[in-house]
Ligand binder design. Structure first.
Ligand code: CP3
Length: 336
C-alpha cells in the first residue's frame, strides 16, 4: 500500500474499502449496540480499536482506517454535534459570522485525545503488513455540515453564504483548514502511516468556487502536513469533481486521488494516473448486486488501472445492505 502510494506499480494490488468498519458487519452492529450511541463509539478507544480491527480480522484488507467520523472536528471546535438514530448527524448550525466566533481551537488536541490513543493502540495491534490510515473531512465537506446543521440535498444555505459573503465563508473554511492540519499531523505522530482527506461533497461547485473552497484549502492542509512529514503520503478524495480531477492531480500536492464511481477508468489512467497514484472505484451498489456485473466491473477496473500505481477500493463508502459473500468474492477476484 505504501509503495503504491509512493508511485510504484506493485506486483499485487492493495485493497481496502471506505467505511469498511460499519453496519454491513454483524460484529460491528453488536459492538455498536453495546455503546452509548455512535459518538461514544468514536470517543471510546477500546470500542473504536475493536471495530477498526473487525474487517481486518475477517477479510485481511491491506489497510485499516481508524474508526471515527469527520464531524469530530466541528465538535472539537465547540459546536454541538449529535447523531439521531435512523436520521444521521445533526449540528447546531452556524447562522452568522458571529456564531463562528464561539468556536475555537483551545481544546482541540484535548478533545481529540481518544482518536490519538486509538491510533497508537492500532499501530501496536495491527499486523505489520497492514497500513494504518488516519483521516479527516476536507474543509468544504465539514463546513457544509457546520452550516446546514446536518446532511443536505442542495447545500443552498452554505453555497448562498459563500457566494454572497465570500470573505466570511473564507473565515469558516480557514478555521477548519487550521484545525484539520493540526489534527492530521498529530494523527501521524500517533501512528497513522498515511492520511486520507474526504471531500465527499466537492462535486457541487462551479469551477471558480471549486478552486477557492475545495482545491486551495486541501492544498494548504497537504502543504502543512508535508512541511512536517514530507515522506508521509496523503490521499485526497475529491468526490464528484469530474473533469477537474486532473487539476487536483497536478495542483493539490496529494500523492494519491480517490476516484469516485462515475469516472471512466481508461480516462483516469490517461489523465490522472499519469500524475498520481489512483484509488477506487467500484460502485458500492455493484458490490451489493454481485453476480456477473461484479465480475465484469472488477475486470474492467483491474485491466485499466493495475498497470500503474493503484489501490483497489470502492467509489464511495460500502453500504449496510452489502452481502458479506460479495465482499469475499471481490477480494478473491482482485487478488487473483
Ligand atoms: O471508513 C471507515 O471505516 C472509517 C470510519 C468512517 C465513518 N465515517 C464511520 C461512520 C469514516 C471515514 C467516515 C467519514 C464520513 N463521515 C464522511 C466522509 C466519507 C463519505 O462517506 O462520504 C461523511 C460525509 C461523514 C458524516 C456522516 N457520518 C454521515 C452523513 C453519517 C450518517 C450516514 C450513515 O451512513 O449512517 C455518519 C455516520 C457514520 N459514520 C456511520 C459510520 C460507521 C454509521 C453510524 C452508525 O453506526 O449508526
Amino acid at each position: 500500500m505504501i509503495r503504491a502510494l509512493k508511485g510504484e506499480k506493485t506486483e499485487r494490488t492493495p485493497i481496502w474499502l471506505m467505511r469498511q468498519a460499519g453496519r454491513f458487519l454483524p460484529e460491528y452492529r453488536k459492538t455498536r449496540a453495546s455503546a452509548n450511541g455512535f459518538l461514544d463509539l468514536c470517543y471510546t478507544p477500546d470500542l473504536a480499536v475493536e471495530v477498526t480491527l473487525q474487517p481486518i480480522r475477517r477479510f485481511g484488507f491491506d489497510a485499516s482506517i481508524m474508526f471515527s467520523d469527520i464531524l469530530v472536528i466541528p465538535h472539537a471546535l465547540g459546536q454541538k454535534v449529535w447523531f439521531e438514530e435512523g436520521v444521521g448527524p445533526k449540528l447546531e448550525a452556524l447562522n452568522s459570522i458571529e456564531d463562528l466566533s464561539k468556536l475555537n481551537m483551545d481544546n482541540l488536541h484535548e478533545h481529540l485525545a481518544p482518536m490519538y490513543e486509538t491510533l497508537g493502540r492500532l499501530k501496536e495491534e495491527l499486523p505489520k503488513e497492514t497500513t494504518l490510515i488516519g483521516f479527516a473531512g476536507a474543509p468544504w465537506t465539514v463546513a457544509s455540515y457546520m452550516i446546514e446543521g446536518g446532511s443536505s440535498k442542495d447545500y443552498a444555505k452554505a453555497k448562498t453564504w459563500a457566494y454572497s459573503k465570500p470573505e466570511e465563508f473564507d473565515q469558516i473554511i480557514n478555521l477548519v483548514v487550521e484545525a484539520t492540519t493540526r489534527y492530521l499531523i498529530k494523527q501521524i505522530e500517533s501512528g497513522a502511516e498515511t492520511v486520507q482527506i474526504f471531500d465527499s461533497w466537492a462535486g457541487v461547485w462551479p469551477e471558480f468556487a471549486l478552486r477557492r473552497w475545495c482545491l486551495e484549502p486541501c492544498k494548504q492542509i497537504i502543504a502543512g502536513i508535508k512541511s512536517v512529514y514530507p515522506n508521509v503520503p496523503v490521499i485526497l478524495f475529491p468526490r464528484g469533481v469530474g473533469d477537474s480531477y486532473p487539476v487536483f492531480a497536478k495542483e493539490s500536492g496529494a500523492d494519491a486521488l480517490g476516484l469516485d464511481t462515475t469516472l471512466s477508468t481508461s480516462w483516469a489512467r490517461d489523465n490522472i494516473q499519469s500524475h498520481v497514484t489512483v484509488q477506487g472505484n467500484l460502485d458500492p451498489l455493484v458490490l451489493v448486486a454481485g453476480g456477473d456485473i461484479l465480475e465484469k466491473s472488477i475486470e474492467t477496473i483491474m485491466n485499466d488501472l493495475s498497470g500503474g500505481p493503484f489501490i483497489f477500493n470502492l467509489g464511495h463508502g460500502i453500504v449496510p445492505q452489502t452481502p458479506i459473500e460479495n465482499v469475499e468474492k471481490m477480494l478473491k477476484l482482485v487478488r487473483s
